[in-house]
Design a protein around this ligand. Structure first.
Ligand SMILES: C[S@@+](CC[C@H](N)C(=O)[O-])C[C@H]1O[C@@H](n2cnc3c(N)ncnc32)[C@H](O)[C@@H]1O
Length: 350
């Protein structure tokens, strides 16, 4: 719970709102769908997870068909993506027999929902990446990184200040700025994050996850496919937003009942990956990736046998996923692997 009359950095504030053990947003609420606050791609259409499954098999082929491979979803939500991927893989028995499914999930509330949905399938929930053996590991992060708390720094008269939130009575809040030593921050980050910036926005937890996963990939091979909404620009900006019942919400309102997220700066992720000595195979829009993987053809195929309303439903959902005004452009796919791998499937037409 928050204590009155003190101030905390923005990332701690977001952490309290979303992940407080007794009242945090993700610890008490199913945020997905009509009755929730937002909807994610796997819950819009199973075609999304089917395309990821086909891509996964192609990646496995590129790794020369390893006998065993681990597939790990970071932040499993309501378990829909893993469910649809397992169902798709059942049509490819050789691959299906090779893969082990894992979910890395923080919220006990969502874990329960995931376990119920996946009760008939072999999935293991892990608390640490050390539980994964050194078979090739493929991590999937759909809207995972945007859910991690961020810090913000702004430049005031040539000095850097960190954004804090002052907690007033009765859950009312205000921003305050506290001057800080950027050298210390940059030592922690590991590079000159402040170079040419007017504002800095980054997630210490994202850095930590990217480091742990990079270490794992170097030992075991594989990759991480990041799917998230974000932008490509060296200049960072303030992207923190709150969503409540499918509408934008002031981040100080509906504390712990509204989601708080940010956009991923993919240029920043590229710098972090370079520092971690891995390779970015590609970054492209959700539209390009899904079309390259054949989502239009698949939609045609499954809609053939359907009546008009069924067909309309499939294409309505497809549009949500790939239209540039919906999720097509803002959402991006980024694949990170070891340097010895060359794999462009999904990122350009094969
Ligand atoms: C925006 S949801 C996305 C869910 C799912 N991937 C989807 O596409 O529907 C973010 C998920 O990440 C989980 N999460 C957030 N922070 C986490 C952390 N530090 N460790 C593990 N899971 C986390 C949340 O509980 C939630 O399941």
């Amino acid at each position: 719970m928050l204590k009155n009359n003190r101030s905390i950095p923005l990332d701690q504030f977001i952490n309290k709102a979303l992940y407080d053990k007794s009242s945090g947003y993700y610890f008490k609420k199913n945020p997905f769908g009509k009755n929730g606050d937002y909807i994610t791609s796997p819950n819009i259409s199973r075609l999304f997870s089917e395309m990821l499954s086909i891509w996964t098999i192609a990646f496995w082929e590129n790794l020369k068909f390893p006998k065993k491979i681990n597939l790990i979803e970071l932040g499993g939500g309501n378990g829909e993506m893993v469910l649809q991927m397992i169902k798709t893989f059942e049509k490819f028995p050789k691959f299906s027999n090779s893969c082990n499914f894992f979910i890395y999930e923080k919220s006990p509330y969502l874990k329960k929902i995931q376990k119920k949905k996946l009760q008939n399938y072999k999935v293991k929930w892990i608390k640490s990446f050390n539980e994964l053996n050194n078979e090739p590991n493929i991590f999937f992060a759909n809207e995972f990184f945007d859910a991690l708390p961020v810090k913000q720094f702004i430049k005031i008269k040539n000095r850097w200040a960190e954004r804090y939130i002052e907690i007033l009575n009765n859950k009312s809040f205000k921003f305050v700025n506290k001057f800080t030593d950027m050298n210390l921050i940059e030592q922690r980050v590991g590079f000159k994050i402040s170079q040419k910036q007017k504002i800095i926005e980054y997630s210490p937890l994202s850095l930590k996850f990217l480091k742990l996963i990079s270490r794992k990939l170097k030992r075991s091979n594989g990759g991480i496919l990041i799917i998230d909404y974000g932008y490509m620009n060296n200049m960072m900006r303030d992207t923190v937003q709150s969503i409540y019942k499918h509408k934008t919400n002031n981040i100080f309102l509906n504390f712990s009942d509204a989601d708080i997220t940010h956009l991923i700066n993919f240029e920043l992720f590229k710098k972090i990956i370079k520092k971690n000595n891995l390779k970015v195979q590609g970054i492209t829009s959700q539209r390009e990736f899904l079309i390259n993987m054949g989502i239009l053809e698949r939609a045609e195929m499954i809609s053939k046998k359907l009546k008009f309303t069924g067909k309309a439903n499939i294409f309505y959902r497809l549009r949500k996923l790939i239209d540039n005004k919906e999720m097509g452009k803002l959402f991006k796919f980024m694949l990170i692997t070891n340097k010895n791998i060359k794999f462009k499937t999904g990122f350009k037409v094969d």
